[in-house]
Design a protein around this ligand. Structure first.
Ligand SMILES: Cc1cc2nc3c(=O)[nH]c(=O)nc-3n(C[C@H](O)[C@H](O)[C@H](O)COP(=O)(O)OP(=O)(O)OC[C@H]3O[C@@H](n4cnc5c(N)ncnc54)[C@H](O)[C@@H]3O)c2cc1C
Length: 303
């Protein structure tokens, strides 16, 4: 109840106040802020994936602005010599409005990253986007297999079939690269599992499947039960940094992050930046009021 209340009033509070809640999770408004945050993380031996925070677009012409930011951002990070990959939300390139145009925009971003030998992760959005985003991945993977990856959400009931689909695409010449996460959107019960225990066992089953197929996995979680389970699987299959990395969100559970690094695992942090931080924060809070709890909790408990 309290979380829902906080989530619903935050959009009406002064931006400066909301920033107090959000700044731990967002590197800043400018590319410079993301660059500075990435340099700091690099000193701790952490790699980054950079995300530009955008609002939902209603007209395909708005996607051109997003495209420009991504192209500028990739040039900037590569010139800085930062070991970055880039994460993007296809809806901000208009994929839901006009698939072909959205595809062409994302393709240009992947080509730019590829020109530096880098990589673009297609974030997975809500369940209405999954078919299109898998199709987008399939097309781009066919052209640039080593420079593009996709996300799988463990809470979706369709995930086992999507994993089979990805395993079919995977080969030594055209390796598939998956980020596995629980899934952040509020979905109806016929589409997504709600029970935390069940989501966790689906997560580990999916991870086991991906490891058995030899697919590289970005294990994206802050849940100790899952990082423990993942480490057991890593041991069982004698895996190395060539097979997986852990991934976490900027500002979340830095202590667990340190523990995993100390245990010798690779870590990548998702670093968001952008002028649209306010819309991003309040939308995330509305989508998932539990975030309000995390944000409040983080003000009092560190790590
Ligand atoms: C690198 C990365 C990329 C992601 N990409 C996607 C994506 O493309 N699509 C998608 O649907 N979801 C994505 N997610 C979000 C993911 O689906 C989960 O919603 C999110 O990670 C929370 O789940 P959890 O596994 O950390 O477990 P939880 O049980 O939710 O969290 C475990 C613990 O972590 C802490 N925690 C978790 N989240 C937060 C937070 N935001 N603030 C403060 N503390 C927190 C809390 O202490 C909590 O008890 C991504 C997550 C990460 C780490």
């Amino acid at each position: 109840m309290i979380n829902k209340f906080i989530a619903s009033v935050l959009p009406y509070l002064p931006k400066k106040f909301v920033w107090i809640f959000s700044r731990r999770y967002i590197s800043g408004k400018k590319i410079d802020d993301a660059v500075a945050a990435s340099h700091k993380l690099a000193k701790e031996g952490i790699r980054v994936t950079i995300d530009h925070l955008g609002e939902y677009i209603s007209e395909i012409s708005q996607a051109d602005e997003v495209r420009k930011v991504y192209l500028e951002m990739i040039d900037r990070f590569e010139k800085e010599g930062i070991q970055a990959t880039y994460s993007l939300k296809p809806s901000s390139f208009g994929l839901q409005i006009d698939f072909e145009t959205g595809y062409n925009y994302v393709r240009e971003i992947v080509e730019k990253a590829r020109s530096y030998g880098s990589f673009v992760r297609i974030d997975m959005e809500d369940s209405s986007c999954v078919d299109d985003e898998l199709k987008l991945y399939q097309k781009l993977h066919d052209l640039f297999p080593k420079n593009v990856g996709i996300v799988i959400q463990a809470y979706l009931k369709r995930t086992p079939e999507d994993l089979e689909f990805l395993a079919e695409l995977h080969s030594p010449e055209k390796p598939v690269n998956v980020r596995l996460c629980k899934g952040i959107y509020v979905e109806p019960e016929n589409i997504a599992v709600k029970d935390r225990k069940e989501i966790n066992s689906h997560f580990l089953e999916a991870l086991d499947f991906l490891f058995q197929k030899g697919i590289y996995v970005g294990i994206a979680t802050h849940d100790r039960e899952l990082t423990d389970g993942a480490q057991e699987l890593v041991k069982r299959y004698s895996l190395t940094g060539k097979n997986y990395e852990f991934q976490m969100l900027y500002g979340v559970t830095p202590e667990l992050r340190k523990e995993l690094l100390a245990a010798g695992h690779q870590m990548r942090v998702y670093v968001p930046f952008g002028e649209q931080w306010f819309g991003y924060s309040t939308r995330r809070l509305k989508e998932n009021p539990r975030m309000a709890f995390y944000i409040i909790k983080a003000l009092f408990y560190r790590g």
